[in-house]
Design a protein around this ligand. Structure first.
Ligand code: ADP
Ligand code: 5GP
Length: 208
């Protein structure tokens, strides 16, 4: 069985990562597996434990770190977020393409551990659109929105490790571009592996 590809999707708060990924999974449910993170933040209205996040206490979070159950974790605007390791490994092993929707610090750690990770940064059509989407979502107060926009400016300094920037303008089109990007990267990785294996076999034969 061929391994799946690990894709990290990051982007400023409110750019539409969650919306895009939901759409991607709705269109290709067999292909992708979305990792559900653990977090110490409170659930927003409508968020479901085990679906959007596993909402856990600070103590439970520390215990997961101690037991090495997290692939990566990071602090973000007053709370902790982390990726459970087991889900990622099991789904990649059974051939599904695993999506991590995580912020930049955690993304860099994942890239260190799994250098073959595809790194995609979602960008808004403009900074003004970003602000409007964040306000329009209506889930954070004005002070938190300002903190998240400030974090966006900091994150903008740290994006060299990403392979692609993908603009989230018209949702349906952005979703298809995302799907094509992931699948063509997977093909490219497979092709490289096949060529390298063939070359190694020739070298072995030569020396046999
Ligand atoms: P994130 O997960 O990046 O924080 P969300 O997925 O919660 O962002 O989206 C933030 C807001 O922007 C939501 O109200 C969502 O409906 C809206 N949104 C997302 N994508 C688009 C898009 N392509 N066009 C217009 N609005 C969008
Ligand atoms: P939110 O509170 O808006 O759901 O998420 C805040 C930020 O945390 C977003 O940038 C999101 O991508 C990031 N995030 C969510 N889960 C994880 C995780 O498991 N690890 C890391 N490092 N970041 C995460």
């Amino acid at each position: 069985m061929k391994k799946g590809i690990l894709t990290v999707i990051s982007g400023f708060s409110g750019v539409g990562k969650g919306t895009l990924i939901r759409e991607l999974l709705a269109r290709h449910p067999e292909q992708y597996a979305l990792s559900v993170s653990v977090t110490t933040r409170e659930p927003r209205d409508g968020e479901v434990n085990g679906v959007n996040y596993h909402f856990i206490s600070d103590e439970e979070f520390r215990s997961m770190i101690y037991r090495e159950q997290l692939l990566e974790y990071a602090g973000y605007v007053g709370h902790y977020y982390g990726t459970p390791k087991q889900f990622v490994e099991e789904n990649l092993a059974c051939g599904r393409d695993v999506i991590l929707e995580i912020e930049v610090q955690g993304a860099l750690k994942v890239k260190e551990i799994h250098p073959e990770t595809l790194m995609i940064f979602i960008v808004p059509p403009s900074f003004e659109t970003l602000k409007q989407r964040l306000i329009g979502r209506g889930t954070e107060d004005a002070a938190t929105i300002e903190e998240r926009l400030k974090r966006a400016s900091e994150e903008a300094e740290n994006l060299e490790s990403y392979d692609y920037a993908l603009t989230n303008d018209v949702l349906e089109e952005s979703t298809e571009r995302l799907h094509r990007l992931i699948q063509s990267s997977k093909e490219a990785v497979k092709y490289k592996q096949k060529e390298l294996d063939a070359l190694r076999a020739q070298i072995q034969n030569y020396h046999a």
